[in-house]
Design a protein. Structure first.
Ligand code: 5GP
Length: 226
């Protein structure tokens, strides 16, 4: 009776540093086969443990700028330390057309750009339970120097001020808890009235007629109503 839009939804997941976005997104993808992840391009260096084509497509600044002039990005930003990050247009469009819901794991500015182009985008902000916990997680990672850590904190505080621009905020105190909350958000979004393409209701008179003619029912009194 209700025909919903076949096209998938765009879902943006942003979050402060060390909020555990990556782990939450991995779990969402494992548990929901209809979800796809857009893999961004970046000109930043590959970190230890990263693989080209998994976390990002790692390309040079020149290659990135060529892609900008080819209009290959849905959006792009210079995010950290003058490095480019961009969402590929073609891959995202293809996934959406195949009915997949696509997660973009991008920063606050990129999120605003996408939202202005596609207002129905679902914007979710993931937060660590406290900045004390962020400090603990950064220390535990132990990969960056003091200058980089301070920069991360400054960006995190700025990003927290942007939360009102999002539709949902999820505190990642426990991964399974956070994933369950996001799944509930996505399920509710699927039921939104503006996702309905068509409501087709069978002919009322025909249905009543068929019902009255149905020998399995004793319809003798129903004729009096009509
Ligand atoms: P990292 O270098 O730590 O992986 O990511 C740094 C920041 O870049 C994160 O906030 C991440 O969300 C953001 N980011 C990753 N890909 C994109 C993208 O395609 N576009 C934008 N605007 N931000 C991105």
């Amino acid at each position: 009776m209700i025909k919903q839009k076949k096209q998938g939804s765009l879902i943006i997941i942003s979050g402060t540093t060390c909020a555990g976005k990556g782990t939450v997104v991995d779990q969402l993808l494992k548990r929901n086969s209809n979800l796809g992840l857009s893999i961004s391009y970046t000109s930043r260096e590959m970190r230890e443990g990263e693989t080209n084509g998994v976390e990002y497509y790692f390309i040079s600044q020149e290659e990135f700028e060529k892609k900008i002039s080819n209009d290959d990005f849905l959006e792009y930003e210079i995010v950290q330390y003058g490095k480019y990050y961009g969402t590929p247009k073609k891959e995202v469009r293809e996934m959406l057309e195949h009915g997949k819901d696509v997660i973009l794991e991008i920063d606050v500015k990129g999120a605003q750009k996408i939202k202005s182009m596609f207002p129905e985008t679902i914007l979710i902000f993931i937060m660590a339970p406290s900045m004390e916990e962020v400090k603990r997680r950064i220390k535990a990672r132990g990969k960056e120097n003091n200058e980089q850590i301070i920069k991360r904190f400054q960006v995190a505080y700025q990003e927290i001020n942007e939360i009102p621009k999002y539709n949902y905020v999820v505190v990642n105190d426990d991964v399974l808890n956070a994933v369950t909350k996001i799944e509930a958000i996505l399920l509710s979004e699927k039921c939104r009235v503006d996702r309905i393409e068509e409501i087709a209701v069978e002919n009322q008179e025909e249905i009543i007629h068929e019902f009255l003619m149905d020998k399995e029912f004793d319809n003798s009194s129903s004729f009096d109503i009509l």
